[in-house]
Design a protein around this ligand. Structure first.
Ligand code: PAF
Length: 281
């Protein structure tokens, strides 16, 4: 595996691989099984696999966890090497955002709801860095996890709106044995917080079962999830929302083919999200 830190070096390397099908897995590192499932899919579908590790400052608000975000490049590169990733691209901030950088990409509306309410600049930062990565790597296929469902919906919108010749692949959520969706931020949780966090996947599972049994009224499903989450006092609910999978607008009636049931909670300083999807992003 080649570890490349400079954009020009990566472009030169990729130039020598012209004609090969390139898969890109953008990450912020602290690689877990969720990332590895994206990498495995990319390896199945592409000739060359590029993983980027970049903790992107522009997607963190001023009071968020940019500095604390877990980083372990040595462990990450070992894991990627083992999986036979071809290129690890790990630029520093100055490389991605040189002095005088002033262009940002904003997907309107979709970026303002759900996580966008409490993280107003988040998706602008995500879209900007992702578009930069698309332009640098020029991949055929790019892989994202369904845990960040809103991110995937927004990136797909950006792809359509800006006519990007890229295929966006959204892979299923990977969970720990206890049901918690894998996230680099799980590392922050104390034992008690982790126990509390489990109410989120449990509440979602029950909600999914109710829908499978024919309950389609969104407010009833939403109330059920809120009730479950309120069973633990450590949990601060950011939102529980049932929305159309394409427009992210609230639904009254659940549509079996086009619904996102999404939850965000805070446990102490740690913000966690989870969801289930009826249909395809
Ligand atoms: O999902 C993430 O890890 C990040 O938002 C991404 C897509 C790598 C952009 O920084």
């Amino acid at each position: 595996m080649r570890i490349i830190k400079k954009i020009d070096d990566l472009k030169k390397e990729l130039f020598t691989l012209m004609g090969k099908k390139i898969g890109l897995i953008p990450t912020m590192g602290y690689i877990h099984e969720g990332h590895l499932s994206l990498i495995e899919q990319s390896i199945r579908e592409n000739d060359i696999n590029v993983v980027s590790i970049f903790v992107n400052p522009s997607q963190f608000g001023p009071n968020e966890d940019f500095n604390a975000y877990p980083r372990d490049m040595e462990r990450d590169s070992k894991l990627l090497e083992e999986r036979r990733v071809d290129i690890l691209f790990s630029p520093d901030s100055g490389e991605m955002y040189p002095e005088n950088f002033s262009t940002f990409v904003e997907v309107e509306k979709l970026s303002k709801v759900l996580c966008g309410r409490s993280r107003p600049i988040h998706f602008r930062g995500v879209c900007t860095v992702v578009l930069k990565l698309f332009n640098i790597v020029k991949p055929e296929n790019v892989y994202f996890g369904a845990k960040d469902a809103q991110q995937a919906v927004i990136i797909k919108r950006m792809k359509e709106d800006l006519n990007l010749d890229i295929s966006i692949k959204v892979m299923p959520i990977v969970r720990d044995e206890d049901g918690l969706a894998l996230s680099s931020r799980n590392k922050y949780l104390s034992k008690e917080e982790r126990e509390a966090a489990l109410l989120m996947p449990e509440a979602l599972k029950e909600a999914n079962m109710l829908i499978n049994n024919g309950l389609f009224e969104a407010n009833k499903i939403r109330e059920k999830i809120v009730r479950e989450l309120k069973k633990n006092k450590c949990i601060k609910i950011d939102y529980v929302e049932i929305v159309n999978l394409k427009t992210l607008e609230s639904l009254d009636k659940i549509d079996n083919n086009n619904t996102l049931v999404a939850v965000a909670i805070k446990l102490g300083e740690t913000r966690l999200i989870d969801n289930f999807i009826l249909g395809e992003i």
